[in-house]
Write a new protein. Structure first.
Length: 230
């Protein structure tokens, strides 16, 4: 009934550490995704509570009924559309190959024979690596979060990592990780906000309306510029 609806607090799955989309500063969660979902919720009059977790746990947690929605730099893919409904796209991304700065050997996935490729569990980067590992003859190692994956290449335990372009470009600009992006983007994709398939049509409508409103009133641009500059 209406009273329940009004008091309902939607649980929002977010990645633990995924700047500029989500990250913790002191006790506070910040980032493009965090600001977007807070602003959408305010605009559409619903309450939310953040549940930060490893990215790979988000869709399983939605399926287990532990989350109502997710905003986590999550790419819209046909595979995921089998289990979640996505909002309209809100950000353009795509995968990049990343190597140690002094590496001149690796430029494309054709250069990965015998190499070790670091990816994050449950991501489009992991799927891309798994699909190409046999064909190109490389080994895949998986991590729970992006910083651990970056670390593995920085310290030379892995040769390459695969990460979303906006995320790795931001990380490299913020801090010298000893890493560099090589070659063209491996694909193009778009981020969407996810709700469990077929069960949250009303919520999804609100999210889409809110997103549209934020694009119209300039708040979307304001949020993105706050983290990425003009
Ligand atoms: N965009 C990628 C995906 O959807 C990575 C997301 C993430 O690591 N938070 O799989």
């Amino acid at each position: 009934n209406n009273a329940d609806e009004k008091d309902k607090v939607y649980k929002v799955g977010v990645d633990t550490t995924y700047p500029p989309f989500e990250f913790k500063e002191g006790d506070e969660y910040k980032g493009i995704d965090i600001d977007l979902i807070n602003t959408i919720a305010k605009d559409q009059g619903f309450k939310i509570e953040l549940s930060p977790m490893d990215f790979g746990g988000i869709i399983p947690a939605m399926q287990a009924g532990e989350l109502d929605l997710a905003i986590a730099g999550m790419s819209i893919t046909d595979d995921r559309k089998k289990v979640v409904d996505f909002s309209k796209p809100y950000f353009e991304a795509g995968l990049s190959l990343v190597v140690k700065k002094n590496n001149t050997e690796i430029k494309t996935i054709k250069d990965l024979k015998g190499k070790t490729v670091a990816v994050k569990k449950g991501t489009t980067g992991a799927t891309f690596a798994q699909k190409n590992a046999k064909i190109e003859g490389f080994k895949v190692v998986q991590f729970n979060d992006s910083p651990s994956m970056f670390q593995e290449v920085s310290n030379g335990n892995a040769d390459v990592l695969i990460e979303d372009y906006p995320v790795i470009a931001y990380a490299i600009a913020q801090k010298d990780l000893g890493l560099t992006i090589v070659g063209d983007r491996l694909n193009g994709d778009q981020y969407g906000i996810a709700v469990l398939k077929g069960e949250n049509k009303e919520l999804l409508d609100k999210i889409n309306k809110g997103l549209q409103e934020l694009k119209k009133n300039g708040k979307y641009e304001e949020i993105v510029n706050k983290y990425l500059g003009e």
